[in-house]
Design a protein around this ligand. Sequence first.
Ligand code: SAH
Length: 250
Amino acid sequence: MISFIGAGPGDVDLITVKGRRLLEEADVIIYAGSLVDARHMDSAKEGAEIYNSATMHLDDVLDVMKKSAEAGKNLVRLHTGDPSVYGAIQEQMDALDEWGIDYEVIPGVSSFSAAAASLKREFTLPGVSQTVILTRRAGRTPVPEGESIDKLAAHGASMAIFLSAGQLEALVEDLKKGYTDDTLVAVVYKATWADEIVVRSTLKDVVKDMEGRDIYKHAQILVGDFLDSDYEKSKLYDKHFSTEYRKAER
Ligand code: SAH
């Protein structure tokens, strides 16, 4: 069996229990060494074949998968965060489908959740925003026209921006077309890793506040009033509000 597994954002204990168990049982492991902590390999059994995909092409990865499937081995493909966001997992799954090779996907904790946890903030505050936009600025990978940052910014929603710390200035200019200059911004570098860095700022000041920090990758950029604002308490825990599980108090 081939298992695509989300390794989580960094901290090795943030992989799921199911993911860890499959990792321990794997005969072959291919991990994304650029963002998955190599300490995950401490869970591998003795004699497991280990590959770092940072130095491999798609065809190399698929070749290892095909050979282990043919040999009846268990293979774990370990991706950073959750593989469904910027995981480049679809092209692997599609190739396996084409070859009739079976696989499963075990989700993981994405870095956008980890960044919110580090900041101790909730993306969906009533009366502030009920929408989270996960996006990136166009880089070597283009972004469809309707999803440009300025268009998304017009919603004023909570935003988690991946893969864009290397173009902060241009990103901020785009964001300012939708959000006010005072909108809060947090940059979370390597969330849940030992060398995590959190910078809290505003759209107006973030470029200056990031100067000299050498943070061009491995960072989440979170934007929106959810980072600090007055909000309405949730209806879910309001004692005057009935839910399926609880009657309202009068
Ligand atoms: N599938 C991953 C994202 C892979 S794309 C996930 O769910 O998190 C790689 C981008 O994710 C990085 O450029 C960065 O923007 C973000 N990222 C991944 N791990 C991170 C971490 N620990 N802290 C902050 N950002 C992270």
